[in-house]
Design a protein. Sequence first.
Length: 149
Amino acid sequence: MDSFPDQFEAQVWLTDMAARLEAQVKDPRERIEILQRVHYEALRADLPPELILAVIDIESNFDRFAISVAGAQGLMQIMPFWLNEIGRPNDNLMRIATNLRFGCTILKYYIDLENGDLKRALARYNGSLGKNTYPDKVLTKLRLKWFKR
């Protein structure tokens, strides 16, 4: 699961992002697992990993066991209906790898559906199409915390 072009780039990115994530994810092994998986799944879906980090930050505050009042689960707050929609009804959305695979795939689907309009895609992801509150939160978090240096 190596999504980095070389070991040096992996070390630089992981060290930088791990420092930003430390306050939210105390366990260093879990922190690195999340970051490696985010990087892998984001690139697999042709998305910037930093965007996915911003989505997770807003959706669950990096709580892999988060469950919303609407029933959305895990890091990227995936609604359980997606399990059947994607054809994997037995998958566990609390697993980091599974949740990130679903979340990145769903967000990419919405970006494609919206012809690259990220704000509309983010609103769809959140179920708030027509409102800018959620997309603005994600994009602000991306700009202020998860930007690439």
